[in-house]
Design a protein around this ligand. Sequence first.
Ligand SMILES: Nc1ncnc2c1ncn2[C@@H]1O[C@H](COP(=O)(O)OP(=O)(O)OP(=O)(O)O)[C@@H](O)[C@H]1O
Ligand SMILES: [Mg+2]
Length: 254
Amino acid sequence: MLKVEHLTKVYGTGTVALQDVSFEVEDGEFLVIIGLSGSGKSTLLRSINRLIEPTEGRILWNDVDITALDEAGLRRIRREIGFVFQEFNLVERLPVLTNVLTGRLGYVPPWWSLFYYFPAQDRRRALDALEQVGLADRAHHRASELSGGQKQRVGIARALVQNPKMLLADEPVASLDPVLAHSIMGYLERLNQERGITILCSLHYLDLVQRYATRVIGLRNGRLVFEGTGDDIRHMTDEEFKQIYGEEAQRLGG
Ligand SMILES: Nc1ncnc2c1ncn2[C@@H]1O[C@H](COP(=O)(O)OP(=O)(O)OP(=O)(O)O)[C@@H](O)[C@H]1O
Ligand SMILES: [Mg+2]
């Protein structure tokens, strides 16, 4: 279980990106974070595994205070919490398999990884993960040779070899067309339903939110302004919609 308590982030520039944000996530949930550009979604997701240092507040993961961990503790906890990036963050010149193997970095001695040396067992695990996202035949291609959707599947495979209990995905489909977007979201949904991996995912498009979320939180100017179930969002009123997206916001479609 994840508990975010009174989380605040003020960047060096003085920008208050998160203000006193509190919520909980039960194991097995598919929580989607919505909000306008600049509302704090990335800051929130990145704070959870401390890619960003929170200014105030606590983040408890199964009763471990992530905000108080030292380097070694953080390394341990990051094995349990995978991260999927909007821009994939692959090393383009390296083979797909090596990219996936970097997901095992939390498990091998740091100096091994300098030479991209990984145990045979890890290589098997990485091939397995590629198989799961339908890319086993691309293992030895360079990452730069893949399409956007394939790159994101590599990103998911890389998170999978960590054997995570929770996946943080920051707009994982923002740079993909609608068909690929559903295909990637489908992989996340399967991991959630079949392997019980908790998912926290920020999304821009409401139709995706409505399709995949079991619970939704909404941010506006760094504050939590909405909390509801997937059903709530499927039946959202104009008032609730405006709370999150502002008075001028208009729904596309119905
Ligand atoms: N490294 C940074 N330094 C200073 N300010 C930042 C930094 N990163 C983000 N911000 C600011 O913090 C606020 C929240 O940004 P954040 O990236 O978390 O929003 P977001 O909801 O992810 O937006 P988007 O939908 O565009 O990705 C914004 O005002 C942004 O300009
Ligand atoms: Mg963002």
